[in-house]
Design a protein around this ligand. Structure first.
Ligand SMILES: Cc1cc2nc3c(=O)[nH]c(=O)nc-3n(C[C@H](O)[C@H](O)[C@H](O)COP(=O)(O)OP(=O)(O)OC[C@H]3O[C@@H](n4cnc5c(N)ncnc54)[C@H](O)[C@@H]3O)c2cc1C
Ligand code: SF4
Length: 482
């Protein structure tokens, strides 16, 4: 009988419950060694696979092999698989003659997305998201949004509170077991080229853990999710975020069950609409949109480089060594990546992505770096988030303007600047904030290309009014975060 091959990001019951035959799980030595992955990312992958193998008992065969190809060939029996999470893995399956079934991982199927996309050449998430809400009947009443509005973003852009912590209940934290101990020992013995530090597991990696993490989030933290969604607090790295990207991306939770749980909390009067809508937008909107565009836009999209950015990633960035970085916002974000392989959305977009954009880091290299350094990083999630959203290297296929900001924005939305050696108000002089100077220098460098974009006309007018632009330009080669 045909066996079902499950990859490490296909661990939940919606992948295997419908298959009555054998399940094949593979630990590929080559895959572990292929790139300098974050140590905690490798731990999660192995822990997830081994926990599932133990759960499935006799139904599962766990093969340790040099490569996936060897494992499948030596297995010797016919194998099918669900659509995997990368073009490379899909190509491999096809080369090996493995039948590829549709994936149950997302609410919307590939054909429905292709129909939705039609002959569009630009893709607005807001349009997609509203159609998703209507199609799946989430927070809608007779085709209209409950509460009268589709979008509650304006209520979800509060700056951080004055206190060092948001003061919301703790997220669910896992308790490691014997499987984790064995994974840790194996990873130590393998001596892989990892980055980041090892540490207690932060994320759910079994189905039972994922359900517990979802319950705790919806009960305790969802009510607070929205207002400070865009803010950053140095001493409160998780704020009211869900920490569900790992169990979602490992296929342990289905996005619709997550969205329905949030919706129920709203209808029960346990969470305000703005927070629930903000969360539903992330899972049913952004996440699905990013997945489908990965396949729809194809491999060329990842190579887009609208601004001709070719700077290599510096060693301290690649190796996650923030010691010596004086820019408090960059140091804190990189420390979070080093220690946990995770920081929240605004640190990814407005600190790390913004820094990379202003420094002109090569977008494809940055895409690789995010994929290997983050515990929730997978090839499908990166191109739209990194090449598109954070670097605008697609020239506007998915966003109408670059997510670029200076120190004033970061000073308003984070509590970093008070403790920083730099001054967010200064664009010249010794203490010039690298983001404030970098913002104007970037606009100046790319002004000819940005002129056609009406959303950039105000920043460009501001640029023309600068009386010290020559000095900003002169200092640009020396601008740094050290
Ligand atoms: C440059 C950059 C890199 C990113 N890299 C990743 C990544 O490697 N993996 C990843 O899952 N997300 C990524 N994101 C999206 C987002 O930052 C993370 O999903 C989120 O921070 C994970 O933490 P959380 O589970 O607490 O999310 P929450 O803030 O609680 O959000 C809820 C869920 O929404 C989903 N979500 C929200 N935004 C996005 C998005 N833009 N794309 C996909 N899913 C989204 C995630 O599944 C997340 O768990 C990236 C965003 C940017 C700008
Ligand atoms: S002053 Fe500039 S570099 Fe320092 S924390 Fe603020 S934005 Fe970051």
């Amino acid at each position: 009988m045909t066996a079902l091959l499950l990859f490490g990001d296909q661990l939940g019951p919606h992948f295997h419950a419908g298959h009555s035959g054998e399940i094949l799980l593979v630990e590929s030595a080559a895959a572990l060694r292929r790139k300098p992955y974050h140590r905690q990312k490798l731990h999660l992958v192995l822990s997830g696979i081994r926990h599932l193998a133990a759960e499935l008992g006799d139904r599962a065969t766990l093969v340790r092999a040099g490569t996936y190809a060897e494992a499948i060939r030596d297995f010797g029996r016919p194998v099918v698989a669900h659509q995997p999470g990368s073009l490379a893995a899909e190509g491999l399956l096809r080369r090996l003659g493995v039948e590829v079934l549709p994936t149950p991982a997302f609410a919307l199927g590939r054909e429905e997305f292709t129909e939705w996309a039609g002959d569009r050449t630009t893709f607005l998430m807001e349009d997609f998201y509203r159609d998703q809400r209507r199609r799946f009947g989430v927070l809608v009443d007779g085709g209209d949004p409950v509460g009268g509005r589709w979008n509650h973003d304006v209520e979800n852009r509060e700056p951080p509170p004055r206190s060092p912590r948001l003061g919301v209940p703790e997220p669910w934290w896992p308790r490691e077991d014997d499987v984790d101990a064995a994974v840790r020992a194996d990873l130590d013995a393998l001596d892989l080229p990892t980055t980041g530090v090892d540490g207690p597991r932060w994320f759910a990696i079994t189905r039972q853990e994922a359900l517990a993490a979802l319950d705790v989030f919806v009960r305790d933290r969802l009510p607070h999710f929205g207002p400070h969604e865009d803010a950053v607090l140095r001493r409160d790295p998780t704020m009211a975020h869900s920490l569900l990207s790992v169990p979602l991306n490992h296929g342990l939770l289905h996005p619709l069950e997550v969205v329905r749980a949030a919706e129920r909390a709203y209808h029960a009067g346990d969470a305000p609409l703005a927070s629930v809508e903000g969360f539903v937008r992330q899972v049913l909107g952004w996440r699905e949109y990013v997945w489908h565009l990965y396949w729809h836009l194809g491999p060329e999209y990842r190579a887009r480089n609208e601004f001709g950015a070719t700077a290599p990633l510096p060693d301290w960035w690649r190796a996650l060594r923030p010691g010596g970085v004086r820019a408090a916002c960059v140091r804190t974000a990189l420390e979070g990546v080093r220690d946990h392989g995770w920081v929240h959305h605004i640190q990814r977009l407005m600190v790390l992505g913004n820094h990379a954009l202003q420094r002109g880091y090569d977008p494809a290299a940055l895409d690789d770096w995010f994929t290997t350094s983050f515990v929730d990083g997978f090839p499908w999630v990166m191109p739209v988030n990194v090449v598109g959203m954070s670097q605008h290297a697609d020239g506007g296929v998915i966003a109408t303007k670059p997510y670029l900001s200076g120190g004033a924005y970061l000073n308003r939305m984070t509590d970093h600047c008070g403790d920083c050696w730099f001054d967010p108000r200064k664009r010249t002089g010794d203490r010039a904030c690298p983001f404030t100077a970098g913002y104007w220098a970037w606009l100046d460098r790319h002004a000819p290309r940005l002129r056609g974009n009406h959303r950039m006309s105000r920043p460009l007018q501001g640029l023309q009014r600068l009386d010290d632009l020559d000095e900003v330009r002169a200092r640009e080669p020396h601008r740094d975060v050290f």
